[in-house]
Design a protein around this ligand. Structure first.
Ligand code: NAD
Length: 260
């Protein structure tokens, strides 16, 4: 297979937020193993340092930045680091996100705000920074936003998660229109239930019924982080060069299913 993520430029890093664990870590590994320089932007220092150390030990190009996507100074500093190490950014993957699972009448303003800060403001700040730097450099690039099927279809007790992820869907389309003429493609990914530590914990504590979810999913199972990473790879590559402003589901058919 041809190398991913060409965008007409061989230099520049793939910046992956929330790249220290879960789906983000698998995406980081996918790109690094394909020869891309990766910057892991995560607020969990141990996780970010561990994945970076593992990749460097295997001979890949990687650097960690520890900070929060919802902090404007952190975001600017992360992209400064990409410039210092890898001559800038060529692809941003806005993967960092937090879940929100609570009946609306019990949801505190603080918890609502936390979801807005990470899931929505974080995507705005990182996209704005990547856009500014790509436009200044004159190089083409790409942005991939991790939405969710719950940004496309609704579920009860998830008002903060569904609202922020649907905001990510609309940000994807807005930025795609705004930046198409300067060669920046913006697309989104809408995963269904994916096997990660997060979902395993929810299953273990009885907050997710894996069997019921499998029955509801036309393909009959959870997705894997690798299946999400495959889509990220495709959307970052020249193979998707005529695709922008799209949010692609990787949900085993869940969002198409209006039946059971
Ligand atoms: P995860 O909790 O395993 O990983 C999220 C990572 O983001 C962690 O490393 C965490 O430290 C980091 N992070 C959180 N807040 C941050 C912040 N403010 N600044 C920087 N880093 C931060 O989650 P996951 O399951 O791998 O999910 C990754 C993305 O995929 C999220 O956006 C999530 O909403 C989305 N998603 C996940 C699923 C699923 O089933 N796992 C389904 C649909 C969408």
């Amino acid at each position: 297979m041809e190398p991913a993520n060409k965008h007409g430029s061989e230099c520049g890093a793939v910046v992956i937020t929330g790249g220290g664990s879960g789906i983000g870590r698998t995406i980081v590994e996918r790109f690094a193993q394909a020869g891309e320089a990766v910057l892991i932007f995560d607020h969990n220092e141990a996780a970010a340092e561990q994945v970076t150390a593992d990749l460097k030990a295997a001979g890949h190009r990687a650097v960690a930045f520890v900070g929060s996507v919802s902090n404007e100074d952190d975001v600017s500093a992360a992209f400064d680091l990409a410039e210092a190490y890898f001559d800038g950014v060529k692809t941003l993957i806005n993967n960092a996100g937090i879940s929100g699972n609570c009946p609306t009448i019990e949801l505190s303003l603080g918890e609502w705000q936390r979801n807005i800060d990470v899931n929505l403001t974080g995507v705005f700040l990182c996209s704005r920074e990547a856009g500014r730097r790509l436009i200044k450099s004159g190089k083409p690039g790409g942005i991939i936003n991790m939405a969710s099927m719950y940004g496309v279809v609704a579920a009860p007790n998830r008002i903060s998660y569904c609202s922020t992820k649907s905001g990510v869907v609309m940000m994807t389309k807005t930025l795609a229109l705004e930046w198409a003429s300067v060669g920046i493609r913006v697309n989104g990914i809408a995963p269904g239930y994916v096997h990660t530590d997060l979902t395993h914990e929810l299953i273990k504590t009885g907050r997710l019924d894996a069997e019921a979810l499998n029955r509801r999913t036309p393909l009959g199972r959870f997705g894997t982080p690798e299946e999400v990473a495959d889509l990220a790879w495709f959307l970052a590559s020249d193979q998707s060069r005529y695709i922008t402003g799209q949010v692609v589901g990787v949900d085993g058919g869940w969002s198409a299913n209006g039946y059971l």
